[in-house]
Ligand binder design. Structure first.
Ligand SMILES: [Zn+2]
Length: 192
């Protein structure tokens, strides 16, 4: 079964879009915030997350087979990144002092480093950059990455969207600079 749905979109979603594609996968992962006031956020804890990759149909419209793109080709990298890298990992701040202890005890721990606390906002933003990095090498031009939605709990979610021209918003560029890491790598299995 195709894990995707088409939805009519609106100008409110960013531009004149006629078709959106969404590819949604579940993963289990832990995180913690070093600078949060609440002990519950500073303590490593897990969530069942849902990560949805959002694409829009490119200007050229559907192909000769009446498809935006072959779904398997579009979602291959995303599925691999979510199920093989994000799943059962610990998302952590690069400056988290816990990590050196964790590495001493579990040298092969499944870690995913963030340039700051791994909030749902930053997970959505960096996962979107990852989606774009993976999509850029597919050669698929009929669809374009729009962004990523991260569902943290049944009631909380964050959606990150690229600017209408496909670039990252200024606030994100200011926050992460030009650092190259897993989110700039087209390899779905990269952790650094
Ligand atoms: Zn949490």
């Amino acid at each position: 079964m195709r894990v995707v749905c088409f939805a009519r979109s609106s100008r409110a979603l960013g531009g004149t879009l006629s078709l959106n594609l969404r590819f949604r996968y579940r993963f289990e992962a832990a995180h913690r915030f070093t600078s949060a006031a609440a002990p519950s956020c500073r303590t490593p804890h897990g969530h069942t997350w849902y990560a949805t990759a959002l694409f829009k149909l490119s200007a050229g419209g559907l192909d000769s087979a009446e498809m935006a793109a072959e779904f398997g080709s579009v979602k291959r990298g995303w599925k691999s990144f979510i199920t093989e890298t994000a799943d059962h990992s610990f998302f952590h701040n690069a400056k988290d002092p816990l990590v050196s202890h964790l590495n001493d005890i579990i040298p092969d721990a499944r870690l995913l480093e963030f340039p700051g606390d791994p909030t749902t906002e930053m997970i959505a933003a960096l996962f979107a950059l990852k989606l774009k990095a993976m999509h850029d090498i597919t050669g698929i031009s009929t669809v374009t990455p729009l962004g990523v939605k991260i569902q943290e709990t049944p009631t909380n979610s964050v959606t990150f969207r690229f600017e209408p021209d496909g670039t990252a918003p200024l606030w994100l560029t200011k926050k992460i600079g030009t650092t190259k890491s897993w989110w700039t790598s087209p390899d779905p299995l990269a952790r650094s």
